[in-house]
Design a protein around this ligand. Structure first.
Ligand code: FES
Length: 111
């Protein structure tokens, strides 16, 4: 099974074997990777599965569609290597794929 490496903003990483055909988001959710919330369950409607893909992997995954780009624009601190992890489907070619989870600063006035 391909290994996907999830890194947090503190430099900690978790290497997880994710089944082919699952998304990078599903691999994170099934293994309690914090920082990937996936509120919409993978329907490209929330951007809480936003990750930064390490540069060397960008060419190996299909380009984002317009709808994904639009949602990324609404994500926390989007960058050139931003992707929605629910749209990256794991395959043998992605063995070793490394994604960084954005840090989030949540300001709440509701407490
Ligand atoms: S899980 Fe909501 S956009 Fe990816």
């Amino acid at each position: 099974m391909p290994k996907i490496i999830y890194k947090d903003n503190q430099g900690n990483s978790k290497t997880i074997e994710v089944e082919n055909g699952l998304s990078v988001m599903e691999g994170a959710i099934q293994n309690d990777v914090s920082g990937i919330d996936a509120d919409c369950g993978g329907s490209m409607a929330c951007a809480t599965c936003h990750v930064y893909v390490e540069e060397k992997w960008l060419d190996k995954i299909p380009k984002a569609e317009d709808a994904e780009e639009d949602m990324i624009d609404m994500a926390f601190e989007p960058k050139k290597n931003s992707r929605l992890s629910c749209q990256i489907i794991v395959s043998d070619e992605l063995d070793g794929l490394t994604v960084n989870i954005p840090s989030k600063m949540v300001l709440s006035f509701m407490e």
